[in-house]
Design a protein around this ligand. Structure first.
Ligand code: AMP
Length: 200
């Protein structure tokens, strides 16, 4: 299965990506996690990405697309993958479609996690992550950056929902509720999409 997880910041993509990928037996590929690992490792890629991430902006397409193409070429992604946080622009989606076509592959499903704005702001402002054993707030979860990230989502990423709907790939699920309830809805939507897929 080749799945894209779509949804605004705070929708629970990271959490669901790990669980769903585990159930499907495919790698969860999170562009945000790859960028953060590069920032921590102080690589050249991390240095380039950090400025955009701290501001709550998207890292430019050419940097992101090259990174994802390399990742998808790794052996563990051959039999399937779940992309978390990519694509985030129409240009990235077009590039992804091209890369997959070259590999003779297509997406099975684009799963959109739907959460209302009020709940997103509430979740993001209260979110803590564990770094070196200590709970800290992500730099880009500060209230003013959260607002900006949501604007960026509406402007640059939300149009992907319509784009993938036109391709007949979109499944939208309600992402409010207990984690396992949301996983259950996601697995049902993926099972339905897999049956629809002519290539199986
Ligand atoms: P996330 O962990 O998915 O919320 O991503 C954190 C940050 O990484 C985003 O706010 C962006 O700055 C950057 N990022 C992650 N994925 C992408 C992407 N597909 N395109 C551009 N920037 C991204």
């Amino acid at each position: 299965m080749r799945v894209v997880l779509l949804g605004p910041p705070g929708a629970g993509k990271g959490t669901q990506a790990q669980i769903i990928a585990g159930r499907l037996g495919v790698p969860a590929i999170s562009t945000g996690d790859i960028f953060r690992a590069n920032v921590s490792g102080q690589t050249e890629l991390g240095r380039q990405a950090k400025v955009f991430m701290d501001a709550g902006d998207l890292v430019p397409d050419e940097i992101t697309v090259a990174m994802v193409s390399d990742r998808l070429a790794e052996p563990d992604a051959k039999a399937g993958f779940l992309l978390d946080g990519f694509p985030r622009t129409i240009a990235q989606a077009e590039q992804l479609r091209e890369s997959l076509t070259e590999l003779g592959q297509t997406l099975t499903c684009v799963l959109e996690l739907v959460v209302d704005e009020e709940e997103l702001v509430r979740r993001l402002s209260g979110r803590v992550v564990i770094v070196d054993g200590k709970p800290v707030q992500r730099e880009d979860d500060k209230p003013e950056t959260v607002r900006h990230r949501l604007e960026v989502y509406h402007r640059q990423t939300e149009p992907l929902s319509g784009w993938y709907a036109e391709e007949g790939l979109l499944a939208r699920i309600d992402a409010i509720g207990e984690i396992d309830e949301v996983t259950g809805r996601a697995m049902d939507a993926l099972a339905a999409a897999d049956t629809d897929d002519p290539k199986g």
